[in-house]
Design a protein around this ligand. Structure first.
Ligand code: DX5
Ligand code: ZN
Length: 220
């Protein structure tokens, strides 16, 4: 199949040199930059907010893929759109009205994503496909980088691939958590077309080689 897009997760970058890290990973061939927004409430960790996204926006034209792990998310959607997000994804558990949240993101002129935690069923997105540009399958419990890939999520990816293809819609299928050169081909074989990787890119010396390794092992 075609090589997947790669979206390095800034969470594993050197936070004392974030702007340089964004430039470096874009120069190394990253397709998107994945930005993990954590509030210490929806997930047990705190990262950064829209002012950091806005500051980084000046450093690169690479698409910004913003993964919101905050609850409620609705009050902050406009702030992330204005900060320069291109894709804004949120968890159905982050608010009572996922359909309305996706409408809001679309109305802001951004691509809308739905993120499924490891225990969240595919049914959570089944009735909002018409408002969805991306489905993100979490292959770890969100909150931290460097965790191990949860293999049970591969069948969820395969189910979502069938659901997306049957819909005939242009929806990206992304996977996030424990994605390495070893687990990437499993994700792609199951049907993922965008790979998020934090440690497997920013934890390596050679970003270009790390990104190439995520794409390379794809079997025909
Ligand atoms: C986890 C984040 C991930 C994280 C992935 O909550 O959503 O994007 O940065 O890190 P790795 O690739 O190291 O598992
Ligand atoms: Zn993420």
């Amino acid at each position: 199949g075609p090589a997947p897009l790669t979206a390095p997760s800034l969470l594993a970058a050197d936070f004392a040199r974030l702007g340089d890290e964004v430039e470096a990973v874009a120069a190394a061939g990253a397709d998107w930059l994945h930005l993990d927004i954590m509030d210490g409430h929806f997930v047990p960790n705190i990262s950064f907010g829209p002012i950091v996204v806005k500051a980084l926006r000046k450093r690169s034209a690479i698409p910004f893929d913003v993964h919101l792990m905050i609850a409620p998310a609705d009050p902050y959607l406009a702030a992330f759109a204005e900060a320069g997000a291109d894709w804004i994804s949120l968890h159905p558990e982050a608010g009572p009205h996922l359909h309305r949240s996706l409408q809001t993101i679309r109305a802001l002129g951004k691509k809308a994503g739905v993120v499924l935690n490891p225990a969240t069923p595919v049914d959570a997105v089944a009735h909002v496909l018409d408002l969805t540009d991306l489905i993100l399958v979490m292959s770890v419990n969100p909150g931290f980088g460097g965790q191990s890939f949860i293999e049970s999520q591969l069948s969820k990816i395969a189910t979502l691939r069938r659901m997306i293809d049957a819909s005939g819609r242009d929806i990206r299928l992304q996977v996030d958590g424990g994605v390495t050169a070893k687990t990437a081909p499993l994700c792609v074989e199951a049907g993922a077309d965008v790979l998020v990787a934090g440690t497997a890119v920013f934890g390596q010396k050679d970003y270009a080689a790390a990104i190439a390794a995520l794409r390379a092992p794809v079997r025909a």
